[in-house]
Design a protein around this ligand. Sequence first.
Ligand SMILES: NC(=O)c1ccc[n+]([C@@H]2O[C@H](COP(=O)([O-])OP(=O)(O)OC[C@H]3O[C@@H](n4cnc5c(N)ncnc54)[C@H](O)[C@@H]3O)[C@@H](O)[C@H]2O)c1
Length: 315
Amino acid sequence: MSLAGKVAIVTGSGQGLGLAYARELARQGAAVVVNDVNEEAAAAAVARIEADGGKARAVVVPVGSTEAAKALVEGAVAAFGRLDILVTNAGILRDKSLLKMTDEDFDLVVNVHLRGTFTCVREAFAYFKANGVQGRIIAIGSPTGQRGNFGQTNYAAAKAGIVGMVRTWALEMKKAGVTVNAVIPVAATAMTKTVPYFAKAVEADERGEAMPAFFRHDLGFGTAEDVAGLIAYLASDEAAGITGQAIGAGGDRLQVWTHPEPATTDYREGGWTYEALREHGAELIGAHLQSVGEEFLPLPEGLQPQAEKTGAEVR
Ligand SMILES: NC(=O)c1ccc[n+]([C@@H]2O[C@H](COP(=O)([O-])OP(=O)(O)OC[C@H]3O[C@@H](n4cnc5c(N)ncnc54)[C@H](O)[C@@H]3O)[C@@H](O)[C@H]2O)c1
């Protein structure tokens, strides 16, 4: 087992993707701190990992604050003597279009995802540096953060911010030999199960059948377990050379995302005045417009949901 002797924290691992990550890390030999706000879910996750022959301990704190981050790192060290791997997975949604989104909706989502990732990673990196551990940090992004999505101002801000932090941390952590990557998952969980666009895939999964190939292959939409192998791989010694990346996983699909690059570059001595842009803007900017949002392929015959609504609003 390649992660034998290692200790991992997975935030928000009482259910969904986090639970699948925690189980896979334990299956590969790591001892895992299961974190969640839901005490029962965390206890059940620990029991499940132990029943599979793994080692786990629950630390029930709401990720977001520095105190919670300290409790997690201290909890790992107290329970298992060290820390090697941090997966910042905890998350919530408060989807609303911009004019309906309240300050509270914005702050709640940004606090768990963005601030929670910041505080946990800061604490883990401090531990890695102080103890000479060439640790692994895996932060969780989203297709929404990469491309934007209707109704998700707060979530897009948080998830794009997480990938921005990952790029910065890859630079700051290089000397210490710590790797940091973002995983961009897509899977059937409580977060996505209610999206009508995915209904036929979720129904098949709930019947214990394989999801249709269109979902697994064309949309990269599968089970939480489908993403877990990538998390364990990035946490392993084999992935020592992989850092600063955003890697997508879902169903049968694996993707390495580009980081933003200039699509075109033009120069004008003296700079680009309003007059110069009026003259050249259409050709230099208008002809190179970049698309936004995710592309949702039309669902084939037989895979459409029963409900009238077919939008894929949530992710
Ligand atoms: N499901 C997808 O397709 C998808 C796509 C892109 C990104 N993600 C991201 O993956 C992560 C996991 O999502 P999921 O689909 O498994 O969702 P989920 O709702 O099934 O699980 C999230 C877990 O986080 C816990 N949690 C919420 N707030 C917390 C806090 N403050 N502290 C600790 N735990 C907290 C919840 O109790 C829950 O157990 C999230 O960051 C989500 O944004 C999921």
